[in-house]
Design a binder for this molecule. Sequence first.
Ligand code: MN
Length: 245
Amino acid sequence: MATLFVSDLHLDPARPDITRLFGAFLDGEARGADALYILGDLFEAWVGDDDPSETGAFVAERLAALAASGVPVHFMHGNRDFLLGAAYAQRAGMLLLDDPTVIDLHGRRALLMHGDTLCTDDIAYQQFRAQTRDPAWQAQFLAQPLAARLAFARQARAASQARQGELRDAGTMETITDVAPEAVAAAFRGHGVDLLIHGHTHRPAVHGLDVEGRACSRVVLGDWYEQGSVLRVDADGMRLDSLQA
Ligand code: MN
């Protein structure tokens, strides 16, 4: 049996085919898995567990069915759905994971992260992250009416798109929005692991690298914009594949 990893689905009512693909994955392949790990950005946006979106309701139902079938489902927050709370997690049968977390993966210690904390060259983003992960900021945000929170999310998305346009124009998009090598090395060193699995950058790959003489692997999960992306790990090894919509 395999342990499955996904991230960056960015599920959104605007892309119902991808939500259906994920539903089929949960009802199909995932039913036979050892466990499913969702490493952040399951949703394109999340402004509170009281959001009545049909996408959220559908996904909670399919995830809860998978968990009820006996497959543990783990969820780590991403930078889009960091406000996903205990109420929704419970409804979906998901166990919340801290970022970072080290797990035992078929006898190998593996470090799991969403990946945004590795993008340390993006100073503006790291400032936004520090602000919005502050419990006081979150409590104040969640106390606002749903309409105001949805408006904030639309604004934040527009600002993020404008910023990406600026970075592209300046020619710094590729480097600033990718992981910083020194942050990656520090993560391997700090946790004493030789395997790191993360998403966020939407640059699916298996990278081999040397950290202080140790051979390490960094697996980057892909996004689910036009297809799915899944990492399967079992006792024999790992495979990063795409799923066709
Ligand atoms: Mn992300």
